[in-house]
Design a protein around this ligand. Structure first.
Ligand code: C2E
Length: 720
């Protein structure tokens, strides 16, 4: 039977050298086989002459003219190859040498794989040379395009290198049996590949995740083909560790899953670092309690929850009493120990869901939610918890070698949905209440109330205004005359007034305490001293007023300044005044606070010639013992004893005692707040011979005071 292609073969081909009789059928059959082969085949005679070629070779030679071959039967393959130049010359040369060796019987066969570069791509070919075994001398060259095989091999090599990356890799089959793992997997899990192959990935389960977790993971892989997330696994040594896991399903052309590839990274270190960063951002490093940021975050959540459930919550501000003293006397390490112990005691007082935070220093905040829906009940619950905290924190502390006692002051505020409060506002309320607890004697608890806040807000506003008052020169000195037994002016007390832009005069009783607290009193005191000295200088230039003594009030803070004496001296010298005309009014509290320092400062000032008056005398606890050590010049009977002098025999007795005391100490006496003739009369009868009060003159601006002076002392009028 003739081969279907035999005609074509014969038609296309030059005459075959074996085309002679008996061999013809055999040759024809061989040619048909050769043409059916996908490889390009050429048969060479001993001298390299082409004896036969197949269809594939002919096509190949046509498409790759000049490339390692020629299509012509009868032409010399070796000669053509040897003539090859350019990039392929070396390859052609090696091919020729190989072929010649096989032809010469020096090699049983020869194989060559080579690349062929075209402008658009690189293709790979293989050439195998085998001797003819038919008795005819020559070789068969089989030549084929192996580009795809080469590319596939390259892909496999890349995959193998990628597989051996620093990421752990695990491949399972479709039934989740592990088929391959890499070295990084072994490094991470501790399992060598032969310990895991054939087993299932759940051998790594830590037990930390529930069934739902794994179900969700499997569902994601089944539907989307991938899953990525963090998971806790267990190493061979039993240690549980966190890893980042990425699972991808490998699907065949029909979409059937054949394998699963898992890439895993041990994130123990980065997780620890992350946790640490999180800790630093949200926790106080000393006590490990939440910090202000986390507290405010939770407070916002609790407020939102309260809006839904209508329950009250409470915020408690806890400040340790005298913590600064403990820190200063026993050192910061001991202070830190106390804070740590307070933190752990506070935790024991609370439920798991409650929050205790440290804001810094010795300030702690407790946040409780889910209390009663009724205000009174919630307040009672808060109070009970506050009592528990007070009792717990009152227990003695062992701080290293020191056995200590510490007490807290607690401020609490309640909140619930309707009030729509801001977290900062709530914290401020609890803080204010804590201050109330401090003011009330410490070691106690107070609830916030609105009136307190209003007072504090007004105070804050006053403080602001007070600061600007300086810049805008809103202060003025008023003068209140002082007279002797005959009603003649002997001097005055300078009393400060704050005149607001609208003309309103603010009493010092309103702003002096605030100025004391804020330290503004120092500026204020300097200003008064300056004004008083200037005024004395002016009076000194006038014979009628030259003898007048001007008293000024000196606050404790001002007096305690280390350079107070130097400041007074400087003012005296700058204005060139007679020091004895300046009288400093001090209060009992100031004098007795630190008696030794007081005596030293007073003595230094006294040496300059300054006079001293003890203001508000009788309201404090001065003992004669102290008084006699102080270089005083005058006692001032407080107006509270003068007010009811006519009707209250007790006041009369006190005034009498003060006067007797002053005499025994050889001090002058002056009564303040003298408003009526009756009071003046009684004071005179009791032995007081100097007076100050509305009966004579109100505190008034300088021009008005000068007019009064003219009346109170005719001599002054003449010269004023
Ligand atoms: N009801 C009544 N009151 C009378 C009478 N006579 C005088 N007063 C008032 O009694 C206060 C006497 O001043 P103080 O005891 O030193 O008490 C002063 C003094 O402690 C302080 N202060 C006033 N000016 C200064 C100052 O420049 N520096 C300092 N540190 N404190 C000052 O403010 C306090 C209050 O001063 P003011 O409001 O001016 O009140 C003055 C005065 O206006 C009277 O007959 N009846």
């Amino acid at each position: 039977m003739e081969h279907p292609h035999s005609h074509t073969l014969h038609a296309d081909r030059p005459p075959c050298p074996w085309h002679n009789g008996a061999l013809h059928a055999c040759h024809h059959f061989a040619c048909a086989i050769l043409d059916a082969l996908p490889a390009q085949v050429v048969v060479l005679g001993l001298d390299g002459t082409i004896l036969a070629i197949n269809e594939a070779w002919r096509n190949f030679a046509r498409d790759n003219t000049g490339h390692l071959g020629c299509a012509e039967i009868g032409s010399n393959y070796l000669a053509v190859c040897r003539a090859t130049t350019g990039d392929d010359a070396d390859c052609a040369n090696r091919a020729c040498t190989g072929i010649e060796q096989v032809l010469a019987g020096e090699a049983p066969s020869f194989e060559l794989e080579y690349a062929c570069h075209t402008p658009s791509q690189q293709r790979w070919f293989s050439m195998s040379v085998t001797p003819l075994r038919s008795g005819t001398a020559g070789v068969v060259i089989a030549h084929s395009d192996i580009t795809e095989r080469r590319q596939h091999e390259a892909r496999l090599r890349i995959a193998a290198i990628a597989f051996e990356s620093t990421e752990g890799m695990m491949v399972t089959d479709a039934n989740s049996n592990i088929v391959q793992v890499n070295q990084a997997f072994t490094n991470i899990t501790g399992y060598a590949s032969d310990e895991v192959i054939g087993r299932r990935p759940n051998m790594l389960s830590s037990g930390r995740h529930d069934a739902a977790f794994y179900q969700a993971m499997h569902k994601a892989v089944a539907t989307s083909g991938t899953w990525e997330g963090e998971i806790w696994n267990r190493r061979k040594n039993g240690e549980i560790y966190p890893e980042r896991l990425h699972i991808a399903a490998v699907r065949d052309e029909d979409g059937r899953t054949t394998h699963y590839v898992a890439a895993l990274t041990d994130i123990t270190l980065s997780k620890a670092a992350n946790d640490e960063i999180k800790n630093l951002a949200f926790y106080d490093p000393l006590t490990r309690l939440p910090n202000r940021r986390l507290l405010m975050d939770r407070l916002r959540q609790v407020l939102a929850a309260s809006a839904l459930n209508g329950n009250y919550g409470a915020l408690m501000f806890i400040d340790l009493d005298n913590f600064k003293t403990l820190n200063d006397t026993l050192g910061h390490n001991t202070g830190d120990l106390l804070l740590q112990q307070v933190a752990s005691r506070l935790r024991t007082c609370l439920r798991q869901a409650d929050t205790v935070a440290r804001l810094g220093g010795d300030e702690f905040v407790v946040l409780i939610d889910g209390m009663s829906r009724h205000a009174l009940e919630a307040a009672a619950q808060t109070e009970a918890l506050g009592s528990k905290i007070l009792a717990t924190l009152n227990q003695p502390y062992q701080l290293g070698p020191h056995h200590c006692h510490s007490t807290p002051s607690i401020g609490a505020t309640l909140f619930h949905d309707q009030q729509r409060q801001h977290p900062d506002e709530l914290l401020m309320q609890a803080d204010i209440a804590m201050y109330q607890a401090k003011q009330a004697g410490r070691n106690g608890m107070r609830f916030f109330d609105q009136r307190m806040q209003d007072t504090l807000s007004a105070r804050a506003q006053l403080e602001n205004e007070l600061r600007t008052a300086f810049d805008h020169q809103q202060f003025e000195l008023y003068y209140q005359g002082q007279v002797d037994a005959d009603g003649r002016a002997t001097g005055a007390e300078a009393l400060i007034r704050w005149i607001k832009p609208d003309g309103a005069s603010i009493s010092p009783a309103q702003f002096i305490p605030l100025a004391e607290e804020t330290g503004l009193i120092l500026l204020l005191g300097d200003w008064v001293l300056e004004q008083a000295c200037r005024q004395l200088r002016d009076w000194q230039h006038d014979a009628a007023t030259r003898e007048l003594v001007l008293s000024i009030n000196v606050s404790a803070k001002q007096f305690r300044q280390p350079d107070f004496c130097a400041r007074v001296r400087s003012a005296i010298e700058r204005y060139g005044i007679v020091p004895a005309r300046l009288k400093l009014e001090l209060t009992e509290g100031l004098l007795l606070d630190n008696i030794e320092d007081t005596i030293a400062s007073m003595t230094a000032l006294k040496a300059l010639g300054i006079k001293f008056s003890l203001d508000d005398f009788g309201t404090g606890y001065s003992s004669l013992q102290y008084l006699k050590r102080l270089p005083l010049d005058q006692l001032k009977i407080d107006q509270s004893f003068v007010r009811d002098l006519a009707s209250d025999p007790n006041d009369q007795a006190i005034v009498l005692t003060i006067i007797a005391m002053a005499r025994s100490l050889r001090l002058d006496v002056i009564a303040e707040g003298v408003e009526t003739q009756a009071q003046r009369q009684l004071l005179a009868e009791l032995g007081c011979d100097a007076y100050q009060g509305y009966l004579y003159s109100r505190p008034q601006p300088l021009p008005a005071f000068q007019s009064w002076l003219a009346e109170a002392s005719p001599a002054a009028t003449a010269c004023a």
